[in-house]
Design a protein around this ligand. Structure first.
Ligand code: CMP
Length: 142
């Protein structure tokens, strides 16, 4: 089944200047890009995006971090996108991530882990909607 997932290249990866390397890994793995922007979110937006984690002890640091610098949200589509993207990026903790994954290559800690990927089909659709309007996605559809 064709699924949608949202990737976010995080501030630590932007600082490392590896946007191109990460996008190359994503497209080489067969994902199609349907939306992409270089942007920055404020604390309120980061808090809302990660609301599911609001009871977690790391929530406030996560919100501060994700609003601390530019990010690159990317709307992606592929057969089995959710599972395949999570395999491509590796475990949340870069130290535990498999060799060759994005987080192993470019992440440094659980919070500075280079990239986000949606964890379910439903969240993939909702998270894409957080950053991209339907008309933005439709306008660029090939
Ligand atoms: P992400 O895929 O963006 O989804 C939620 C984020 O919370 C996760 O990546 C991590 O960056 C962060 N996170 C998860 N667990 C922890 C933790 N134990 N400590 C700090 N940050 C965490």
């Amino acid at each position: 089944m064709i699924e949608k997932t949202l990737a976010i290249i995080k501030p630590d990866a932007i600082k490392k200047n590896v946007i191109g390397e990460i996008i190359s890994m994503i497209t080489k793995a067969g994902f199609k890009i349907h939306g992409m922007k270089y942007t920055k979110i404020n604390k309120e937006q980061a808090g809302s995006f990660y609301e599911v984690h609001k009871e977690r002890q790391f929530y406030s640091d996560l919100v501060d971090y994700m609003s601390s610098g530019p990010i690159v949200p990317i709307a992606l589509e592929k057969e089995n996108a959710i599972e395949d993207f999570r395999k491509l990026i590796g475990s949340t903790d870069p130290a535990q991530a498999d060799e060759g994954t994005v987080r192993k290559l470019y992440g440094t800690s659980k919070s500075n882990n280079a990239i986000h990927g949606s964890d379910s089909v439903e969240n993939g659709i909702n998270e894409i909607g957080f950053f991209f309007s339907k008309s933005e996605i439709e306008k660029c559809r090939m």
